[in-house]
Design a protein around this ligand. Structure first.
Ligand code: BGC
Length: 317
């Protein structure tokens, strides 16, 4: 398969920054993101698997697997796991909301998809994937932090990732999780796009949520916000979410609109070809921007998850 220059650039950025341990830094230069998340990393590994970067994806799966197996006793005794780790696989140890289940579901999905796509044995991750299934089946009904690590609750986006992960390994509890997924009962949040993408709700059920996202969370330039009250770095538009909207458009045959999302993402690349976590061209709450600059410096760039989602969208189109 031939990949275009845009994809090649994103792949080389991800490869450049992947740690020798297999960890994918969320962002190599933003101090608070110099860790590896199960969520970001699983999406990144999935896109790397899609572009035949088998070794890179498997190095990440191994990194995850070592973390899980090392905590076997904790998992079996009902303890909770963190969502992000240092590059060498240790807990980060700060008080930032850390109990999140979605990334473990996404890890299972990425692993299974990789096995099917490349006909690779995933035997070496069998113990880890079994432990993750046990962990998710045990804790899925407990409130955990959302994708944005801000609010604790039972979130449809999280349940969708858990469901998809359990389902891909044919775990008997997958059906129960699916029954609990109720995206229309939640605030309009672009993370809900994953429910449409992974099909945890039907296209019909998802149509009203899609309309709300389009009405409330798409900027005049086509970027996508997380949710209307987002004040993080002023509440800008996220390439990850524009890519997800594009992936959903592509899934339902609205290919031109999918292409527009990709074009918007491409327009954000800086001279080094980096894609940021967010664009601050059309902030929802510009008055909040500078307090974040004062607190944490410039926002994350490059964000490896942005590159990963852009790769997946470009391939889909
Ligand atoms: C986002 C998370 C993400 C993390 C690292 C946070 O600001 O809310 O979804 O996993 O950054 O990219």
């Amino acid at each position: 398969m031939q990949f275009d220059e845009f994809i090649e650039n994103s792949v080389s950025i991800i490869l450049k920054y992947q740690e020798s341990s297999g960890a994918y830094p969320a962002c190599p230069y933003f101090p608070n993101y110099q860790y590896s998340w199960f969520r970001d990393g699983s999406f990144i590994a999935d896109s790397m698997s899609r572009v035949n970067q088998i070794e890179s994806a498997e190095k990440f799966f191994k990194w995850c697997s070592d973390i899980i197996v090392k905590r076997k006793d904790n998992i079996l005794s009902g303890e909770l796991l963190d969502a992000r780790y240092t590059y060498d696989g240790n807990e980060v140890g700060n008080d930032w909301g850390n109990f999140q289940l979605d990334g473990f579901g996404t890890f299972l999905c990425a692993l299974k998809a990789h096995e099917n796509r490349h006909n690779r044995s995933i035997e070496q991750y069998r113990e880890a994937s079994g432990l993750v299934q046990f962990y998710l089946a045990k804790h899925w009904q407990e409130p955990c932090f959302d994708w944005w690590e801000e609010s604790k609750g039972i979130h449809a986006a999280t349940l969708t990732c858990i469901h998809a992960g359990l389902e891909s390994f044919k775990h008997p509890d997958a059906a129960k999780v699916k029954m609990a997924i109720k995206p229309d009962a939640e605030r309009t949040d672009a993370s809900l796009l994953i429910c449409g993408i992974l099909g945890s709700v039907t296209e019909d059920e998802f149509s009203s949520i899609l309309l709300e996202i389009e009405e409330k969370l798409v900027s005049k330039d086509g970027g996508v916000y997380r949710y209307t009250k987002d004040t993080y770095y002023g509440g800008g538009e996220w390439p990850v979410l524009a890519a997800m909207l594009g992936l959903y458009y592509s899934k339902i045959g609205r290919t031109d609109e999918a292409r527009q999302k990709l074009d918007w993402i491409k327009s954000l690349a800086n001279n080094d070809g980096w894609l940021p976590e967010q664009s601050n061209a059309n902030m929802l709450h510009p008055g909040e921007y500078f307090q974040w600059i004062d607190k944490w410096g410039k926002s994350a760039n490059p964000l490896l998850w942005s590159h990963a989602m852009a790769i997946s969208l470009a391939l889909d189109i």
